[in-house]
Each structure stands twice: as C-alpha cells, then as structure tokens.
Ligand binder design. Sequence first.
Ligand code: DGY
Length: 313
Amino acid sequence: MTRTPVMADNLPPLFVELLGDGYEVLPWDTSADSDSLRRAAAFITYSHPRVDGPLLDRAPNVKVVSNHGVGVDHIDVAAAVERNIPVGNTPGCLDGSTADMTFALILATARNIVIGDHYARSPEFTLYDPSLMIGKEVHGSTLGIVGLGRIGKQVARRACAFDMRVLYHNRRRDPAAEAEFNAEFRTLDDLLAESDFVALNCPLTEETTNLISTPQFEQMQRSAVLINMSRGAVVDTDALYVALSTGRIAAAGIDVTQPEPLPREHPLLKLRNLVLTPHLGSASDRTRRCMIEMSIENLRAGLAGQPLPYRVG
Ligand code: DGY
C-alpha cells in the first residue's frame, strides 16, 4: 500500500493510531536538506511549530496545513492562502474544557489552592488556623471577560452559575450574549477598572499583542486577579512581573506565557502570587481526542482536494 507522507511534529500515539496505516509520518524537519519538506503532501502542526511563506515554498507538494488547536497565530494563513494551501483548525470542541480551565485558575488564584497544597504537605502545618490564607470570594464578584467569542461565552455561562456579575469587552457588542448572560459591555479601560477577575479569552492578533501592559495594569484594582487563557503575547511579560511583584494587582493565573516556556531562571517563576500551568487549556481527555479527529478530517479533505470542514481564512 502506498502511504501518504505527512510532516508532523511530536504526534502522540493516539494521533498516530487514529490516522491509521495510510500515512507515513515524517519528522518535523525544516533544515536546509530536509527530506520531510521535499516529500510531505501535508503538514500537521501539533505543538504549534511556525509555518510561513518561505517554509511553504520549500515544501512543493504540500496541499493542506492541518492545525491541532483553534489558535493559528503560529501560521501565516495569508501566505498559505496565497499559495492555494488551505489551513484547518479545530474550533468548538475545546470551548468547554478551556472555560473549565479558566475557572480552575480563577479558583486556584482566589482560594490559594497551590500554596495551600504546598503548605498542607509541609512540616509547618501543625494546627488548623482560621486566619490562614484567607482568599477572595469568587461567587458574587465581578468577572470581566476580554473576548466574548466561543470560549468567552462558555466562561460567561460558568460565571452565571457562580452568581458573578459579567462584564465583557469585544470588538463588537453582542446583544444576544448580553441577554443570555446578563452581561454588560464595557470599554477595555472600564472593564479593567471594575473587575475583580479579568479573564483573557481572545485570540492573539496584531490588535491584541501586548493588550495588557503597564497602562492597563494601572487601570486595575490592587485586589484584582488576571487570568490568561489566550496566548502569552497578549500580556506584556515584563509589565506582568512588575504588576505582581509590586502588588499593583493581587495575583495572576496564567496558562500561556511569552516566551513559552519561560526561561527557567525567569523571576516570574519565583512569585507566590502567580499560578502557572503549562498551556493546559484544552488538555482534557475527550477534548484532545475530538481535536485529533477534527485535525484528521481536515487533513483527509485537504489531501482529497475537497473543502476543509473546519477551515481558517
Ligand atoms: C488552541 O486551541 O489554540 C490551544 O492553544 C491548544 O492548542
């Protein structure tokens, strides 16, 4: 049987199993004399390697780029479209799990889950002390969602169950969402000033790069918590360190960083008011399987010259 060569990075066993025998998975190799680039009929971008025009020009047989994940900021989609190469992604199926994780970070930062866990295991915990690690109330507080798209709406739905007041900032107002979640539209500055928790659920674009930097931290309450579930570059990393280390804001729950990962000696890693996770937004069992299945559907359609079921651009 002839197997279709596809260049992919770091595919886990489940992906390879679901792909089946019809494919030869070539290593992600962008070196000057790459055999993978010369032969590949498709790219699968699993851990988000960079794909741009010059790379596509060195891969003359590529018919489709299938991305595992909804965010495609690592792919120059315009360059692919110019070359008639469709780009697929996996929208929708990860909204619930990413919203769950947004809430995991809200709860972890508000209620000292991580430092509490370390303390409860340590020899220092010898007596129940009711004055210890008093956190912030989550229910009944105000959540500002930046980016009320598919994921942001799932966050808003969960916020309603926590009896939170929901503010949102988007490029456009969304009257249906306002009605469904009793959400109130705000300018970014007003949202930052009024929110107890600010959740970033927007995509990374030119417009959102460094959206949250020193002037924005200055707008926030000193007691506020920043949650970033979008992309690291939406937040200015240096400004985040200053805001957390000087008490300009109370805490942050961050799933994504710029760069990712942070250098191991980065000062942010030493802060106790930061809860950090390694890009786990959609990392749950059912969601990961669904993302793999959608990536494979896009791959097959692109290779067959058919419209991609989930196409970007
Ligand atoms: C996404 O979908 O973009 C997440 O970051 C997981 O890849």
